[in-house]
Design a protein around this ligand. Structure first.
Ligand SMILES: [Zn+2]
Length: 614
């Protein structure tokens, strides 16, 4: 700029500057030039100086994908311009193309045309590690994340905020108790991942008690670390300790089996825990009973009064049709012995259990009749066999053929005049088809209760029952005979066993019995006034249901579930049924009939309160 001003000065003065050394004018001019030079060195505008020429440059600014930038433009040379890059959501700024700055805000002094591009990139998702594990005793399912994607394995790499759901499942014999690393108590856990995390499902061995019991005719011995118990019942947390339990029959008895209150059976006399634990339910307390039976049969010949009415020390004799499996035979034997251990061992008792086969039924008929002839109870062997196998009577063929319909037929068929009890049963198919069913068990209990009833009537004379117009042994009116056998067998089965879902509890069962009574009363109006002393087999008023409720009412009234067989039965022989009834329950049978008729009018919700909730 200085040079340009000096050149213009030379043109105006009209002579070369080199001649300025001489003359006055020259001196004045020199001063002037010095002044100009001095002035120019301060960069001051020069009065009368021509306008300077301004140079302009262009700044071009663009943005890559993922952001924006402030505009560029055209500026005079030397202008300072600041441009700012702004990333879009999910992107981040990475720098400038055309400049080394790493700052989002860039200031440049423009002295040439320049081009910059703001550069952006997608922010990569942050990944965290989620580790899931299970303690001993359980497993973890695969995880499922927010978008329903299955996460295989137990270590997941997931982005921030991902929700992962998985489920802890305990192994048999264990229970889930919670999570380490999470407060949830639910087996299904959803984790929102916001850091590196680990969670562990915690499981614990379920502690269960098992109660070992010994039936009549034996005891048990339990051995283990710090344990030695003999002849007693013991509770133990058997899934966590090692013990052995041995069933020991008394002299004259043999061991039959161990049987749990859930129907599990063990034929070994000695059981080892926890090994056997896998065969038992793992989520509930268990009772395991050792069953024993008498080893000796009764003497083959006996007088009809020799044992009648007594508790005997020999076992019942059970004759199985040859087509019955060992399982059916074992279960039948155990159930019969259970009934005997509850009600007393009345004998002699012969049980005949039929299958489906006619040949097998015929074999049983021959065996039965041979015994009768041998003991002088029958004279005609072939006549006896014919009676057992014809279609009309209650013989072996009757119980065999009814298996076709899969019904259960069983009866006490004597025989006081011969001095022994005779029970006949149709095939106990439930034992195999539905092992958890107690339907047949109840039938065995029912029939044995009849034996107990009969054993307490010593007279071999039938008596004439006026209301019924029939000669029968004085065991009581049929409604009470069947009602007591029915109610007490159902009661006993529920008291002894715990078979979830396989049958109704006693109260619900009794509701069905009351429904039967009401149905009969609706259909046949005379049933509203029927007497329990008069109703008989085959009566349309439903003798069984009425008798069952009648007995339930009496036993609740007496507040003694055993009053019928323990108080009333032993009195029958000496004073007759109705006097025994009055002495046992404190009211006459007629008074009972009136009370019971009033009871039948109550709402079911009130009636059901007298039934034990088992
Ligand atoms: Zn019966």
């Amino acid at each position: 700029m200085m040079q340009m001003i000096l050149m213009e000065l030379e043109i105006k003065v009209g002579f070369p500057i080199k001649n300025l050394k001489t003359g006055l004018k020259m001196r004045r001019l020199t001063l002037f030039v010095v002044f100009i030079l001095l002035s120019c060195s301060k960069d001051s505008p020069i009065p009368d100086a021509p306008k300077p020429i301004v140079t302009k440059f262009t700044l071009t600014v663009t943005a890559s994908e993922g952001g924006s930038v402030t505009d560029g433009g055209t500026y005079a040379e030397g202008t300072e311009v600041t441009v700012t890059a702004t990333p879009s959501e999910g992107y981040r700024f990475t720098g400038w193309e055309g400049n080394d700055s790493t700052s989002e805000s860039l200031t440049i002094t423009l002295n040439s045309n320049q081009t910059f591009q703001a550069l952006f990139e997608l922010i990569p998702p942050v990944q965290y590690t989620l580790t899931v594990s299970a303690s001993e005793g359980g497993t973890i399912s695969e995880g499922v994340d927010t978008s329903d994607e299955r996460l295989v394995g137990l270590t997941f790499m997931v982005v921030l905020g991902t929700e992962v759901t998985f489920t802890a499942t305990p192994n048999e014999g264990y229970e889930f108790i919670g999570w380490e690393g999470n407060d949830s108590t639910s087996e299904t856990l959803t984790v929102t991942v916001n850091s590196n995390q680990s969670v562990q499902a915690l499981f614990e061995l379920i502690t269960l008690n098992i109660l070992f019991t010994a039936g009549n005719g034996g005891s048990i011995k339990i051995k283990g670390e710090n344990i030695y118990e003999e002849g007693v019942e013991l509770s133990s947390a058997i899934n966590q300790i090692e013990i052995s339990v041995e069933a020991i029959p008394e002299l004259g008895y043999i061991f039959v089996e161990w049987r749990s209150n859930f129907g599990d059976m063990f034929s070994a006399e000695k059981l080892y825990f926890p090994t056997e634990y896998q065969f038992l339910p793992s989520n509930t307390d268990i009772i395991l009973n050792a069953a024993f039976v008498l080893a000796q049969a009764p003497a083959p010949l006996f007088d009809k009064d020799l044992w009648w009415g007594q508790i005997v020390d020999f076992p019942p004799e059970i004759f199985f049709a040859s087509d019955l499996s060992n399982t059916l035979r074992e279960k039948f034997t155990v159930d019969l012995n259970l009934a005997i251990s509850q009600f007393g061992n009345y004998g002699p008792l012969e049980c005949y259990v039929l299958g489906n086969s006619t040949n097998a039924a015929n074999e049983l008929a021959i065996e039965y009749c041979n015994r009768r002839v041998e003991r002088g109870q029958e004279g005609d062997l072939n006549g006896c066999i014919d009676n057992q196998m014809n279609d009309n009577g209650y013989g072996m063929e009757y119980y065999r053929k009814d298996n076709d319909g899969n019904g259960i037929w069983a009866s006490l068929n004597g025989s006081r005049h011969h001095g022994y009890h005779l029970l006949q049963f149709s095939k106990p198919y439930h034992y195999e088809e539905d092992p958890s069913s107690i339907e047949y068990t109840i039938v065995v209990f029912h029939e044995y209760f009849h034996v107990v009833n009969a054993a307490n009537v010593f007279s071999d004379e039938s008596i004439y029952i006026e209301g019924i117009g029939q000669q029968i042994p004085e065991r009581g009116p049929p409604a009470m005979v069947e009602g007591s056998a029915n109610y007490l067998s159902h009661y006993l089965a529920r008291k002894l066993f715990d078979y979830p879902n396989s049958y109704l509890n006693l109260r619900l069962y009794m509701v069905t019995q009351m429904d039967n009574i009401k149905r009969a009363r609706n259909e046949f109006p005379n049933c509203n006034n029927v007497n329990l002393s008069e109703i008989n087999f085959g009566d349309s008023c439903d003798m069984y249901s009425l008798g069952t409720w009648g007995i339930a009412y009496l036993l609740d009234r007496a507040d003694n579930i055993n009053a019928y067989q323990e108080v009333l039965f032993p009195l029958i022989n000496d004073i007759g049924y109705y006097a025994a009834f009055e002495q046992t329950f404190g009211i006459t049978f007629d008074e009972f009939e009136i009370e019971f008729r009033i009871f039948l009018e109550l709402p079911i919700s009130q009636q059901i309160e007298i039934i034990p909730d088992i």
